[in-house]
Design a protein around this ligand. Sequence first.
Ligand SMILES: Cc1cc2nc3c(=O)[nH]c(=O)nc-3n(C[C@H](O)[C@H](O)[C@H](O)COP(=O)(O)OP(=O)(O)OC[C@H]3O[C@@H](n4cnc5c(N)ncnc54)[C@H](O)[C@@H]3O)c2cc1C
Ligand SMILES: *[C@@H]1O[C@H](CO)[C@@H](O)[C@H](O)[C@H]1NC(C)=O
Ligand SMILES: *[C@@H]1O[C@H](CO)[C@@H](O)[C@H](O)[C@H]1NC(C)=O
Length: 502
Amino acid sequence: MYTELSIFLLTLVMGAFASQEQFQTFDDGVRPTAQHCCNTLETVLSSSAILYTGSSGYTAQSSTYFVPDQAAQRPACRIAPTTADDVVLIVKFATASRCEFAVRSGGHMSWEGSSNIGPNGFTIDLQGLRSIELQDGGETISIAPGLTWGEVYAFLKPHGLHTVGARAPGVGVGGFLLGGGVSFLSMEHGLGSDNVLDYEVVLSNGSIVHANQAERSDLFWALKGGSTNYGIVTRFLMPTMPLTQLWGGFLKYSVNAAPQLYERMVKATDQLKVDPRGLMVLCTAWNPATKEHAVWALAVYLAPLEYPSPLFEGLQDIEPIGGTTRIADLGEFLNETGQVLPKSQYSQWFTLTFKADANLPWDVQLKGEDILGDLESPGAHWEVLVQPMNEGMFSAGQKRGGNPFGLSVENGDQFLMLVMVFWTNPEESALMKAKTQEYLKVSMDLARERGLLTKFIYANYASGTQNVLESYGEENIKKMRIVKEKYDPDDLLKVWKGGWKL
Ligand SMILES: Cc1cc2nc3c(=O)[nH]c(=O)nc-3n(C[C@H](O)[C@H](O)[C@H](O)COP(=O)(O)OP(=O)(O)OC[C@H]3O[C@@H](n4cnc5c(N)ncnc54)[C@H](O)[C@@H]3O)c2cc1C
Ligand SMILES: *[C@@H]1O[C@H](CO)[C@@H](O)[C@H](O)[C@H]1NC(C)=O
Ligand SMILES: *[C@@H]1O[C@H](CO)[C@@H](O)[C@H](O)[C@H]1NC(C)=O
């Protein structure tokens, strides 16, 4: 039975895939187990590693997910393609034979199953797609999705260049850009995906196509918020920008300074209209060891200038209890931001977007105390992180052709909030997950009651339970569906699990 099936599948893959009927014929037949899918692919793929549970390669790949819930999933195998052609074979085969799979780039998405899968499927691990090169005399950079942003920046460093990528080195190129992507450069240049100049993408039927402003501009637009709906992107073309030294660091404050700091942040966000080359991010966190909250401000300016005006005017009047602000190399700086979020702790994230406001963030923090404050575990804590999404970010996106996110200058300056709940004891997972969902609801209600809530839910920060795509607005979803209908008319990619599905 198994051999017969394998030969049949093999014939399908090696054959010309001449017509859609061939897929249909098989679709009516037996669905192979994930193990069969892996075994068959092993005979087809020449240069890709196929790793099974128990092998050191499999363990190594699993361990690089950011959160333990994702790392703990056990796909039947992990397939690590090293060429786009292998991605083509995998996608053709999986869609034809209805093998379920997940796709992983940097493995930093926060919810279980977003880029990994259980024993009924396999995971395509893109870490082997590592090509990177400057093009157009250094004005653009072509990046494969197996790289992390830290690797991209290390490559760009000798050239004194940077690009619109993540603010922590471990984040993957693929997931960041398929969800939007907030960069140090976003206040001026828009989201990461606003800046993509060209996508090389493997569609559900196995064709490799390019999508850009001139060619397949509908797909180009949709991919900027496309998540896992249109295909596996095997290359991104991005612009480069000069950046070497900057000023910034973390400033730690007592909790009493929170109201003043949030007011300062509202002003700084407004002042991005005058100078978009910096940002202030505020994070309030409960420290279970000292049993008190503290506030951390991440202050960044993209040039070697201390407390530049007007962005950081008045910040020095608020006395910190510690800090690391300095003029430093970008790389050194990224090492610092990369260590902020605790890795390998159980965690649940959620996000909301609201009109820039000084009171709501602290009130959300206080709601956290109501909901999570008396949890007995010493390992449990939560953080509320707020960053600006300024009008300049939205207009920059518009200028670059627009995106599906449904945010525009008319919304005014926004605050993007990320709430993270952490714990260390897996036996508390069910309780902490339920508490996080309660916290999400209470926070949303609070923002709504105050008339501050904005519809947009950021894909890269959201809980798996949030209605991300719906938040882009009816009009945009309709457009995204039309693009889907055109490039994956039979919804062959329904076997691709994880991410945000139309
Ligand atoms: C420490 C840390 C720092 C962060 N910093 C930032 C930040 O500065 N700015 C910001 O905006 N966000 C940030 N994030 C959030 C981050 O953008 C998301 O977690 C993002 O999804 C991670 O991308 P990834 O490739 O690492 O994730 P993965 O988990 O590998 O992928 C995420 C999703 O994208 C899909 N995907 C990945 N690659 C491809 C591809 N090539 N084609 C099609 N689909 C693909 C996956 O299937 C999955 O659904 C941070 C997260 C962490 C943990
Ligand atoms: C960043 O950290 C890595 C790993 O610890 C280290 O090798 C590298 O030198 C650091 N880079 C800078 C610029 O500090
Ligand atoms: C795959 O789909 C794309 C988009 O619909 C189409 O342009 C292309 O011709 C198709 N390729 C094959 C081999 O059918």
